[in-house]
Design a protein around this ligand. Sequence first.
Ligand SMILES: Nc1ncnc2c1ncn2[C@@H]1O[C@H](COP(=O)(O)OP(=O)(O)OP(=O)(O)O)[C@@H](O)[C@H]1O
Length: 358
Amino acid sequence: MGVEIRVEGLTKRFGRQVIWEDVSLTLPAGEISVLLGPSGTGKSVFLKTLIGLLRPERGHVWVGDQDVPRLSESKLYETRKLFGVLFQDGALFGSMNLFDNIAFPLREHTKKKEGEIKRIVMEKMELVGLVGAEGKLPGEISGGMRKRAGLARALVLDPEIILCDEPDSGLDPVRTSYLNQLIVDLNAQIGATILIVTHDINTARTVPDNIGLLFRRQLVMCGPREMLLSSEEPVVRQFLNARRVGPIGMSEEKDVSELEAEAKMGHDPGRLPPIPPQLLPSNGRVRPTQSPPGAWLRANGVTPPAGSFIDELGRNWLEEWPRYVATMSVGAGAPTRPGPVTQPGPGKTPPPPGGVRA
Ligand SMILES: Nc1ncnc2c1ncn2[C@@H]1O[C@H](COP(=O)(O)OP(=O)(O)OP(=O)(O)O)[C@@H](O)[C@H]1O
């Protein structure tokens, strides 16, 4: 059921270039987290540091009781088996068909027989909807299929932790929605701890349990989704609102005079929009690590933006949630596919938020 990653005081430099310093955060076991930040703030470097492909100058990356930067090569090799990584371009071998690409970690890291390898590969290909494409080369399939093949390959060793570096880059919005649903379903099914690096604001708003934001070599904020989506912090508001006004400039950060000029003009990064309901697995069941809507806001006395937690059918999930969970927990009527786009009658289980979109 997933492994916690605890990052403490992590600093990474390349020569004199400080990428980020003193970064501390926890990726709770079995939860989905998203890491945001302007281009070049070191998100990919962060992922690579978590799996020990890059060594930090200072700090710790605890995976269970193992501190990744301090592991010997052999221990690191063992610890990496806990990870499944989806690199930006899928990182498939161009000369191998999809079957062999996905089978690669099994042939490399296990002594499994070919029959067993075939069973596992086909199971993962089915999970990501690629059955029938086993014989295709990466160059013969679309970008979205390559992402899904990369995800299948990341899954073959049954990882406890899944790292996804911009899984949505180059995908159209509909394919991104499918991929998001796939990630949520995977988390529900295997309980892995998941970290997604993305620039897609809709993904950040609807998928994760937690969000972190890197800027100016610091982790500006990291915490539950509702904390970031209701934040007053200008950098967070500017980033989530995708606006030019605010501390983030074209080349990383604006200087003081630019910010003063913006303030004089009355410019502001803007208010954050209503918080959407969080995506549920497509079978409608609540993930074990998923918090009820509004839980963080209530616990911290924060009023969300008006219209929060209302889905595309106009249902308010703050009110809907207790009834929904009660219906699900007695196992009555749990849909195995996204529900129909209808208003549920009394006693019926409504389709989950986002489920009708996926
Ligand atoms: N191996 C390396 N050697 C030297 N510098 C590197 C290396 N890898 C990354 N960098 C530098 O680290 C910085 C952060 O890069 P990184 O790819 O992590 O950014 P990012 O936040 O993932 O960007 P994007 O959102 O555009 O993908 C960049 O300035 C990059 O040039």
